[in-house]
Design a protein around this ligand. Sequence first.
Ligand SMILES: CC(C)(COP(=O)(O)OP(=O)(O)OC[C@H]1O[C@@H](n2cnc3c(N)ncnc32)[C@H](O)[C@@H]1O)[C@@H](O)C(=O)NCCC(=O)NCCS
Ligand SMILES: Nc1ncnc2c1ncn2[C@@H]1O[C@H](COP(=O)(O)OP(=O)(O)OP(=O)(O)O)[C@@H](O)[C@H]1O
Length: 198
Amino acid sequence: MRTFALTGGIATGKSTFCRLLEEEMPGARIFDCDASVRGLLAADAGVAAEVRGLFGDDAVDVEGCVDRAFLRQRVFADPAARLALEGVLHPRVREECLASRAAAAKEGQVLFVADVPLLFEKGFDFGQERSLLVAVTRATQILRLKARNGFDDALMEAILAAQLPIEEKMRRADIVFWNEGPPEVLRSQIRRFSLSIP
Ligand SMILES: CC(C)(COP(=O)(O)OP(=O)(O)OC[C@H]1O[C@@H](n2cnc3c(N)ncnc32)[C@H](O)[C@@H]1O)[C@@H](O)C(=O)NCCC(=O)NCCS
Ligand SMILES: Nc1ncnc2c1ncn2[C@@H]1O[C@H](COP(=O)(O)OP(=O)(O)OP(=O)(O)O)[C@@H](O)[C@H]1O
């Protein structure tokens, strides 16, 4: 089974890439680290207890679900808080990723791609042969992030400051997908990539 890591900055188009890849290569198995985090924050009692211990009772609602908006404000204003939250989540996300890859291999899938937003910031080895990067300019990142999430400028700057600049990610990646154009242009790059992997 061919195995790739996909990465990119916030709102560069990783989820869009995955959706298009699934359309172009229906046999591909995709693992999404952000979705894994959302699942853990919504429904893992151990995670909720650790988050409450770190951030207080206000971080978790009465049903035991972690308040992501609350955490977002806290962790992007405070690098130590962000590191602590990552310490709770990253080992669990890694476990889920490895389990997903093992299941895909057992089922005879031909391609496994994990969407790992912090691949270059944190390192994340799950047996990938190459790294794929979805990139746009910083200006486009901010425009699309604002349109999608309506975050204020200070929060957007804080999130971007917690990530490597896109130019550095482009230096490190094996294959770059340039997503400044319309989605159909991203699709043609994905199609070309899919034809290049036997
Ligand atoms: C802070 C949280 C609650 C905000 O949730 P929210 O729903 O707003 O965002 P979501 O999880 O969908 O992430 C969206 C994007 O934010 C950026 N981002 C998220 N966490 C981080 C981080 N620790 N450092 C830098 N950027 C981050 C990434 O580009 C990611 O793709 C959440 O992102 C979180 O728990 N982050 C810590 C875990 C983590 O490192 N996740 C990244 C992938 S494992
Ligand atoms: N080529 C494109 N043209 C216009 N809009 C796009 C394009 N690609 C993605 N978008 C839009 O930009 C926003 C961010 O895209 P997407 O959600 O795929 O990024 P992401 O990297 O997965 O984001 P995050 O890191 O926050 O999870 C979305 O609203 C998406 O619809």
